[in-house]
Design a protein around this ligand. Structure first.
Ligand code: NAD
Ligand code: ZN
Length: 267
């Protein structure tokens, strides 16, 4: 695997591993890029098929849902169809192994994600979701969780109904929507508290597959830095994050297993 990387990158991976091997409080924030190699498009990838003329940023908003609930619900049912058979890639698996290892060694390893898929859970991680869950639904008006066969999560993934007919709440007749934090909405309080605590108290903050454009999540790296943490960023493309100490400009699925291997070897 090392052969795929340039000597400069290998040196950076080794530098990151040396830093990580001496630290015992690590916080990792993942974004859509960590699921890209599993075949789940990021919001910045162009949409395909029926949805090619829409921008994700224009659909994932409360205003869009209020204007045309059927359009937004249909889009999420399509995304669910796209995502339901996807499985964790080597980046998810390495993060899960790292977290389990840290637990054995009584170290702190907090995994926070902006993703709404469940690939971290499938890989075996305990993860805090800042932006909600693709497989859960709730009423847009009264917030009551909604559970029935409509796009309900089924562990066998056999019984998912991708019907795009709108569903209404049994309590208030409001429309049922995915339990996802849309652009302009507040983050779930408990999840944000966990993320802030982990970022403020970590020694190393690792940002994986996130464009660092979506706030408040992007602010966690700054909070970590202000509290003395070193920052590592894993992303093949540049981001506006200028406070990073080590950049690994390579796909997460390629570099995460390698980084973990080196950290274990040095610990
Ligand atoms: P984002 O802002 O986290 O950006 C994705 C980043 O991933 C980009 O910077 C890109 O360069 C990088 N990337 C692409 N392939 C990569 C790889 N193989 N390894 C490492 N990095 C890679 O995410 P977004 O797409 O702008 O979406 C914004 C929000 O939309 C997310 O935070 C999330 O709430 C939601 N979303 C979730 C999912 C999901 O659950 N899988 C997918 C799309 C969007
Ligand atoms: Zn309701």
């Amino acid at each position: 695997m090392l052969a795929e990387l340039s000597p400069k990158l290998i040196a950076e991976v080794q530098r990151a591993a040396k830093l990580l091997a001496t630290k015992s409080r690590i916080c990792v924030l993942t974004g859509a890029g960590v699921s890209a190699e599993s075949g789940i498009p990021t919001f910045r990838d162009k949409q395909t098929g029926l949805w090619q003329h829409y921008r994700a940023e224009d659909l994932a908003t409360p205003t869009a849902f209020e204007r045309d609930p059927k359009l937004v619900w249909s889009w999420y049912q399509w995304r669910r169809q796209l995502v339901h058979d996807k499985t964790p890639n080597p980046a998810h698996l390495a993060l899960a192994e790292w977290q389990q290892d840290a637990k054995k060694n009584k170290q702190s390893f907090t995994l926070i994600t902006q993703n709404v898929d469940d690939l971290h859970e499938q890989a075996g991680s305990t993860v805090t979701h800042l932006h909600g869950h693709l497989w859960r639904n709730r009423c847009h008006d009264c917030g009551t969780p909604f559970q029935n066969e409509v796009a309900a999560w089924d562990s066998s993934k056999e019984a998912i109904n991708f019907d795009d007919e709108l569903v209404t709440c049994q309590h208030c007749d409001g429309y049922i929507r995915p339990d996802i934090v849309w652009f302009g909405e507040a983050l779930p309080g408990q999840a944000w508290q966990t993320a802030e605590d982990a970022a403020a108290n970590c020694e190393v903050f690792i940002s994986v597959g996130t464009s660092s454009l979506v706030y408040p999540a992007a602010g966690l790296a700054h909070l970590a830095k202000q509290n003395g943490a070193k920052l590592i960023e894993i992303n093949p493309d540049p981001t506006p994050n200028t406070i990073v100490d080590i950049t690994l400009a390579v796909k997460a699925g390629v570099v995460m297993p390698l980084l973990l291997q080196q950290v274990i070897a040095l610990s």
